[in-house]
Write a protein that binds this ligand. Structure first.
Ligand SMILES: Cc1cc2nc3c(=O)[nH]c(=O)nc-3n(C[C@H](O)[C@H](O)[C@H](O)COP(=O)(O)OP(=O)(O)OC[C@H]3O[C@@H](n4cnc5c(N)ncnc54)[C@H](O)[C@@H]3O)c2cc1C
Length: 455
């Protein structure tokens, strides 16, 4: 039996960030994971998918080169080579993370952990007690009732490991993971159809963003059906056969099920130890405390946005909280969000609809069209940056769509989180010619002094 200041169950974004920060603050830490340190984000999520998306961008650049006067031919995708590049990226980051955890004197234990007392985790037959216990066991890819994941029907976990480019794919779910895979496969040469039950793709985004993304996907030849629910799917040697509730049938080589992620909490002893839960999620207060004293939960197992940087921030928060540093509460609404399909989507804060719900008619919006932005013209992308402002008050939401526009989320999140007014941003200088200028231009316009925009 070993004792540490912190015992952390789960070594993904939330768990390892907590371990690193706690050790910086002089705490002893035991970090437990049944799989590889780094969790979903590093091994099955953010990093490998973004590597595929970059390969997709390279493929698109080759295909579209003629428009820029460059003679190149696109001869196809060598999927094993793409995977090798992706694995190289993941492998280097994994090695770096292992080194970091070691250098901070965090004790990493590989094995399936189980909460056997409020202050004790059992792993590999040994018990480890912590003055504080942090639950960070993350999430898993969900499916729908009656839809078994096997063979041609897969989630992102299996889709990431394909060593060939499918001829055709049906993507069930037009949320973040669905549109990112759809975008990759289309660039790699597959025929892609997305099925989304809600009225729009990326339905959590501002509606104006969804509409531009839909237009761009249509132009790219990515098919989608909106507002129709999935009914059933079968598979045989010929492929997958999907039926929608209205009777529409669709066939493809593969079906990707991207209907969201559920909390990874079953059978880990949480309920037995009296941790308050709801439909598998671990309930926490705004200081990430569960109802059981000295037990915290971070990341995807808590209800809310499922993002790696939320997990990092949760982990850091708990480490600082138990060190008595009184960290600032993390509000989900102001966590930046990026969807890395082509074109990209970036957003932070309230959508226009949410702002109107909160502030009634006291809301001003401005949409700066990327057509007026030099760098976007150079990149041949369209889209916009939309600002949502409380009338005569601060910016409460920024919504963006366009190639590479996700990079602008850095300034966008500062503006929203620092509750900047358009006039504050209008005094700041944005380098020319960058897409970042569009951020400055949008604020200039909302401050009543548009430069490269009509009043
Ligand atoms: C395809 C895909 C793409 C994504 N892209 C992005 C993106 O671009 N940007 C972004 O911000 N987010 C992205 N995400 C989401 C991101 O990966 C998660 O939000 C993040 O990993 C959550 O961190 P976590 O620490 O809560 O959980 P996880 O990363 O899931 O880590 C939980 C860890 O707990 C371990 N574990 C579970 N149960 C036990 C047990 N009983 N004993 C021991 N160990 C256990 C698991 O092995 C795992 O390592 C993506 C996710 C997916 C699936």
């Amino acid at each position: 039996m070993a004792h540490a200041d912190l015992v952390i169950l789960g070594g993904g974004s939330g768990g390892y960030a907590c371990a690193l920060r706690a050790s910086e603050l002089g705490k002893s830490v035991i970090l437990i994971d049944r799989d590889k340190l780094g969790g979903t984000c590093l091994h099955r999520g953010c990093i490998p998918t973004k590597a595929l998306l970059h390969a997709a961008e390279v493929a698109d650049a080759a295909k579209e080169s003629e428009a820029f006067g460059v003679r190149a031919t696109f001869e196809g995708i060598d999927m094993p080579k793409v995977n090798e590049y992706r694995d190289g990226v993941v492998g280097r980051l994994y090695k770096g993370l292992q080194g970091l955890v070691k250098s901070r004197n965090v004790t990493f234990i590989e094995g399936e952990g189980r909460l056997v007392a409020p202050d004790t985790v059992e792993v590999n037959g040994e018990r480890h007690t912590g003055t504080t216990v942090v639950l960070a066991t993350g999430s898993y890819a969900r499916t729908l009732p009656g839809l078994d994941i096997s063979g041609r029907i897969m989630t992102s976990d299996q889709a990431l490991n394909l060593d060939y480019v499918p001829k055709s794919v049906i993507v069930l779910g037009g949320g973040v993971i669905g549109v990112e895979f759809a975008s990759v496969w289309k660039s790699f040469g597959s025929d892609v159809t997305i099925i989304e039950a809600l009225p729009h793709l990326v339905p959590n985004e501002d509606e104006a963003v969804s509409k531009v993304l839909e237009r761009a996907f249509r132009k790219r030849g990515i098919a989608f059906t909106l507002g129709k629910r999935f009914a059933a799917a079968t598979q045989d040697d010929a492929g997958v056969h999907v039926t929608l509730e209205d009777g529409t049938t669709l066939d493809a080589e593969l079906l990707l099920v991207a209907v969201g992620r559920g909390p990874n909490t079953a059978g880990m002893g949480y309920e037995e130890q009296g941790i308050a839960m709801e439909r598998g999620w671990v309930l926490v207060d705004e200081r990430l405390r569960t109802n059981v004293p000295n037990v915290y939960a971070v990341g995807d197992i808590t209800p809310g946005l499922q993002l790696a940087h939320r997990g990092f921030q949760h982990g850091i928060f708990v480490a600082e909280e138990i060190a008595g540093l009184n960290p600032v509460v993390i509000a989900d609404v102001n966590i930046p969000r990026v969807t890395y399909c082509e074109p990209e989507v970036g957003s932070v804060g309230l959508t226009e609809a949410e702002a109107r719900e909160a502030y009634g008619s006291n809301v001003a919006v401005y949409e700066y069209n990327l057509a007026g932005n030099g760098k976007s013209q150079i990149l041949a992308t369209t889209g916009f940056i939309k600002l949502v402002q409380v009338t005569d008050g601060p910016i409460v939401g920024i919504h963006m769509v366009g190639s590479r526009i996700g990079e602008q989320i850095g300034e966008a999140q500062l503006i929203v989180n620092w509750e900047a007014y358009p006039t504050d941003v209008a005094t700041l200088i944005h380098a020319h010619p960058t897409q970042n200028e569009a951020m400055g231009e949008a604020h200039l316009a909302l401050a009543g002094k548009p430069l490269h925009a009509h009043a």
